[in-house]
Design a binder for this molecule. Structure first.
Ligand SMILES: Nc1ncnc2c1ncn2[C@@H]1O[C@H](COP(=O)(O)OP(=O)(O)OP(=O)(O)O)[C@@H](O)[C@H]1O
Length: 294
């Protein structure tokens, strides 16, 4: 029998993971997996669980939670020689990665993907010794995802992020950066930059139109300094995917991106705090195997 570990965050999203756990174990067991559940109990817990699973030679590690749980699991696996296949059960608030990979459509479908889907090689990103799989970002508003308390997300879901965004919007500032990618270099004031590994970022689905999780490249977006009105207008364009040709936007694809800053700038990795700039973002091509729908 193969072995699976379900690393579940009981506090993710509307706190549904615990309720579904017996059904998940039943489903995996019927499909030939000896399955154990691993509840997370705070920061770093999913990382430890994933490491433990790999050391035990488990075949499939399932991140059952939101993007933050996936991020922690990736960080547990990335530096190991033996890396089990990764599966997702999207129980979080936003579930960007799951949406980007077409995993969803209800609990039964997501479970079906774990046992009957395809295992594909996927890229992950590395930044100053940390790893991410969906997005890395810095600058205006990018810190809001890890500033929203999880209790608020449990009560009002994604609205909690929007409220925090509105609260911060009037105070956003530009930052001076130097961003090197391919043979190009941008130096100047920006509102934010973003590196995407899928086209599902922060609930937007057209932000990084060419992003693919297995192409060895990040989609890089740099939003240059604008006034608030223009910035809000750009956000509206981004929902429809019209932002790419805007004069304030630089859009490129790159395998490695180096970012230097004048003042310390925090980095958001998959919605979690990912340390401070400066640093280099590197795409690790086909570093993991993941279960995706057939
Ligand atoms: N038992 C726990 N109690 C409180 N926090 C926890 C617990 N287990 C994990 N965490 C924290 O939860 C965060 C990850 O949450 P996760 O991303 O899974 O859900 P979410 O925030 O609701 O969803 P999303 O990221 O998709 O919006 C991490 O910061 C992690 O440290």
């Amino acid at each position: 029998m193969k072995r699976a570990m379900i690393i579940y965050n009981p506090t993710a999203g509307r706190e549904m993971a615990k309720r579904h756990l017996p059904g998940i174990i039943e489903n995996l067991t019927y499909n030939g997996f000896l399955t154990i559940g691993y509840p997370t109990n705070g920061q770093g817990s999913a990382t430890m669980g994933a490491r433990e699973a790999a050391e035990q030679g488990v075949d499939l590690v399932v991140a059952a939670g939101g993007d933050g749980t996936v991020y922690e699991v990736i960080n547990g696996l990335a530096e190991l020689e033996y890396r089990p296949t990764l599966g997702l059960l999207p129980f979080g608030t936003t579930n960007d990665l799951a949406r980007g990979l077409g995993i969803g459509g209800g609990f039964d479908k997501a479970c079906h993907t774990l046992t009957k889907g395809r295992a594909i090689p996927v890229d992950i990103g590395k930044f100053n010794g940390r790893y991410f799989i969906n997005i890395a970002a810095g600058g205006a508003l990018t810190e809001l995802t890890y500033e929203v308390p999880y209790k608020l997300k449990t009560i009002i879901g994604q609205l909690a992020y929007y409220l925090k965004g509105f609260e911060k919007l009037p105070h956003i500032k530009s930052s001076r950066v130097r961003i090197e990618f391919n043979d190009e270099c941008f130096e100047g004031e920006i509102m934010l930059f973003l590196l995407a590994n899928t086209n599902s970022v922060g609930g937007f689905e057209r932000l990084a139109p060419r992003a693919a999780i297995d192409d060895g490249l990040f989609d890089l977006l740099i939003i240059k300094k604008t006034d608030l009105v223009r910035f809000i207008h750009l956000a509206g364009e981004a929902i429809r995917g019209y932002h790419i040709n805007d004069q304030y936007v630089i859009y490129a694809q790159a395998r490695e991106v180096k970012v230097s800053v004048e003042n310390n700038m925090p980095v958001n990795l998959d919605g979690e705090y990912g340390g401070l700039l400066p640093g280099i973002f590197t795409n690790l091509h086909h570093h993991l195997y993941m279960m995706v729908p057939e």
